[in-house]
Design a protein around this ligand. Structure first.
Ligand code: BTN
Length: 241
């Protein structure tokens, strides 16, 4: 999947950089990596702490799927990250829907998906991934975030990590495009964080919803059983109720 790598010692955000390349008509498979980001950002415009030692990268994709299926891509990235943590480092992780990777309840990686689409056609998708690898975390994040170095008590080779990740993602991505998401549903749901417990989903457009977390359906929607009914949620941010 990786056709070209653009590497920065420091840039504002690999996400901003890859979107610029998308507008210049670069094709699928461009990967932008930075040692440090000065304006790294996450979902809902949150600041993403991007000190040296972490793995900060963005990838340009041009999937042949309907635009409303693009949020599924972030689930695929989560599965790929979670598989690598398990297979290569023996670390078991959970996925906090839609796409935070947790180790021992603390966030080790985050994913952001941005896209440009017209009618029913996706022009491009910019997928940004941040993994806390060897970076030290600021005091105020220490109780909610974790790095792989902290877990394994040793430095991790970031090149090895990204190579393993891109290889894993490539096969997931091609299988998804030919066979849809259903084949990954069971795996994703087996890793869902806060499963069968009361959670609240906050979203920008709707009221918060609280209920029991049943994991996702085959369109990637989160199934929540509230007092009165079953809700299927397309996007939002989940927390323990
Ligand atoms: C989130 O959890 O909200 C998503 C975090 C995404 C962070 C990555 S780091 C590389 C890329 N560049 C950015 O500015 N953001 C993403």
């Amino acid at each position: 999947i990786c056709k070209m790598i653009k590497y920065y010692k420091e840039t504002a955000s690999t996400q901003t950089a890859v979107k610029k390349l998308a507008l210049k008509n670069f094709g699928e498979g461009v990967v932008v990596i930075a040692e440090k980001q000065t304006k790294g950002y996450g979902r809902i415009k949150r600041v993403w702490n991007s000190n040296a030692g972490g793995l900060w990268f963005s990838m340009l994709l041009k999937p042949v799927i309907r635009p409303d299926g693009s949020s599924i891509l972030s689930l695929l990235f989560s599965i790929a990250l979670s598989r690598i943590l398990e297979k290569k480092y023996g670390i078991s992780s959970e996925i906090k829907w839609p796409n935070d990777i947790l180790i021992c309840g603390k966030k080790v990686a985050g994913i952001i998906i941005e896209m440009s689409a017209e009618q029913d056609i996706i022009n491009w998708v910019a997928a940004g991934i941040g993994v806390n690898i060897n970076n030290s975390l600021p005091e105020d994040l220490k109780n909610i975030s974790i790095s792989i170095k902290e877990v394994l008590k040793r430095e991790i080779d970031r090149t090895e990590f990204i190579v393993a990740f891109l290889t894993e993602f490539e096969s997931l991505y091609f299988n998804f495009q030919s066979g849809g998401f259903k084949q990954f549903l069971e795996e994703y749901n087996s890793k869902v964080a806060y499963k069968d417990v009361l959670v609240t989903v906050d979203s920008a457009c709707n009221d918060a919803i609280t209920g029991k977390n049943f994991g996702i359906d085959e369109s990637g929607r989160l199934i929540i059983e509230t007092k009165n009914k079953i809700e299927k949620i397309i996007s939002g941010t989940l927390r323990r109720a």
